[in-house]
Design a protein around this ligand. Structure first.
Ligand code: F6P
Length: 514
């Protein structure tokens, strides 16, 4: 991922002070389920530790280095021999410390796979029928949140700002306050927050809401999520005062005040745009078209997850080929699925379902000339392959049935340096709020209109493609990952909230505009 220096340049460009400065402030302590590293066993024993490559790490690394800081989280393994030593060895290169939280195999099972990924994940994506509300999961979830809090309490002081991330750690603030921790506590939810009538299905809804009230500031991806959270607070807890239209607002609770904001997460735009222009990526893009000549390519890239809407997307593609025979041989769908959360039954079943559908569609349409409608792969891509696809594919088809943000959409735009790609985007992805003016928005359940959107993208004139993509890229460039970190940290300490902008919102209204 991006060199951290690029982050600093970005901060200086904007004259931001929050991330880089603040030596009189305490340290920044980031807490997330996973540490930002990839651990792999060495063949002769011991561990290889490589820094993680996500946008969060890229954004946080310069901030942590400048302010001094810690990152607390689970290293992703329940085998412990040598892990702490391996992490200590990594410290000098990151400029900040990594503190591991030890999980047992049973905790991994019930807290991570269980409560986080079989309860919160599906419910918060509006998929209550996928939930397994096993009470044993809840018990372990509480215990593990306490375990994280103990590690935080042990390593922090009252001057530090503790920034906790995501749905694995909804209860951490309650545990920390119960331990007497006085630090300022911020929380960012990376996934959607569901509407009231879905949230109330959670057997532990009140416990979760009351726990969230212990934070000083809560960040959501979009205004939609903030609105849903407020609706739940008003109905279940009785919070007063209305939030305004601005990005950040305060609400009055019975004994306290809580700050809420919408902070759409983003990517390191400059990194994607500049790497996409490299010789290696140009070659990789050339190979994509060389192997799939004389046709337009539609790209789908997703983590293997039932929230990504892959089967509906495949059905839409099948519908397109059935109803527009003239497009056969002229269009190929490249669908890359990145393995994720293996071993969770829903995920394993989804893989089988997707592969069966791909087989059916290819069986129905593959032509004698050798044209195969869907090129499917189930693996991770390296950067060159990924950026090569982003550059080469004329259409990106990103249609999650619900998504906190969806960074693939933003990466596609940043990497589309020729500005001739068309983005087809689900109206239920968080990214729809910011990208609605340049993308073709679709309802990911609507197979017929999705297929019409692909046809429209296929036939779109170059002028319109350019105008739309330029607009999309401008929007991603303006609010990149460094803006995201800065605005959250500024909001955590701001006295006056008027300087925060009104943030783009998306409210479905009739049929999406295709
Ligand atoms: O979108 C939520 C998220 O937790 C991301 O932060 C992460 O990249 C992804 O889901 C997969 O997470 P994991 O493999 O840790 O379950």
């Amino acid at each position: 991922m991006a060199e951290s220096d690029e982050g600093r340049v970005e901060e200086e460009d904007r004259g931001s002070s929050t991330s880089g400065g603040g030596t009189s402030q305490g340290r920044l302590v980031v807490v997330s389920n996973r540490l930002p590293i990839v651990l792999t066993r060495k063949s002769g024993g011991g561990w290889n530790v490589e820094p993680g490559s996500g946008g969060l790490v890229t954004a946080m690394a310069p901030v942590l280095r400048n302010r001094g800081g810690l990152w607390i989280g689970w290293p992703g393994t329940t085998e412990w021999d040598g892990v702490e030593d391996a992490l200590r060895k990594l410290d000098p290169s990151t400029g900040y410390s990594l503190i591991p939280v030890r999980l047992t195999r049973e905790e991994e099972e019930k807290y991570y796979r269980g409560f986080a990924n079989e309860v919160v994940w599906p419910l918060f994506h509006d998929l209550q029928s996928h939930c397994n509300f096993d009470p044993a999961y809840w018990d372990t979830y509480q215990n593990v949140n306490r375990k994280f809090a103990e590690v935080v309490a042990q390593h922090t002081g009252p001057q530090d700002f503790v920034w906790i991330h995501d749905y694995h750690l909804l209860l951490a603030a309650t545990e920390l306050r119960a331990m007497g921790v006085k630090s300022k506590l911020g929380y960012f939810l990376h996934i959607p927050f569901p509407p009231l009538d879905i949230f109330v299905k959670m057997p532990w809804r009140l416990e979760l809401l009351l726990a969230l009230l212990q934070y000083d500031i809560i960040g959501f991806q979009t205004m939609r999520d903030r609105r849903n959270f407020l609706q739940c607070l008003r109905a279940l807890v009785g919070a007063a005062d209305l939030c305004g239209r601005g990005q950040v607002c305060d609400i009055e609770l019975e004994h306290d005040k809580l700050r809420l904001g919408a902070f759409p997460i983003s990517i390191d735009y400059k990194w994607f745009a500049s790497r996409a222009g490299s010789k290696e990526v140009a070659e990789s893009a050339w190979h994509v078209h060389e192997n799939l000549p004389d046709r337009k390519i539609v790209l789908g890239i997703d983590r293997m997850d039932y929230t990504k809407g892959i089967p509906y997307r495949l059905e839409a593609f099948r519908h397109l080929l059935r109803t527009n025979p003239e497009l056969r041989n002229k269009l190929t769908l490249v669908q890359v699925v990145v393995p994720s959360r293996r071993g969770i039954p829903e995920y394993d079943a989804l893989k089988t379902h997707i592969e069966r559908l791909v087989g059916e569609i290819n069986g129905e349409f593959t032509s004698q000339s050798g044209w195969v409608p869907i090129h499917y792969s189930y693996r991770s891509l390296d950067h060159y392959e990924l950026l090569g696809y982003y550059r080469a594919c004329e259409i990106a088809l990103i249609t999650p049935i619900k998504d906190g943000m969806n960074l693939v959409a933003k990466e596609y735009c940043a990497s589309n340096i020729e500005e001739n790609g068309v983005l087809i985007l689900s109206e239920f992805a968080g990214a729809a709020a910011e990208l609605q003016k340049g993308a073709l928005l679709v309802n990911p359940y609507d197979v017929v209109r999705m297929s019409e959107a692909i046809s429209r993208a296929y036939h779109m004139k170059p002028d319109e493609r350019h105008a739309r993509m330029r607009r999309l890229r401008r929007s991603v460039r303006k609010r990149d990952i460094f803006w995201w970190v800065d605005s959250f940290l500024e909001a955590a300490i701001a006295k006056n909230l008027d300087s925060f902008p009104v943030i783009a919102d998306y409210v479905p209204d009739g049929a999406p505009d295709i």
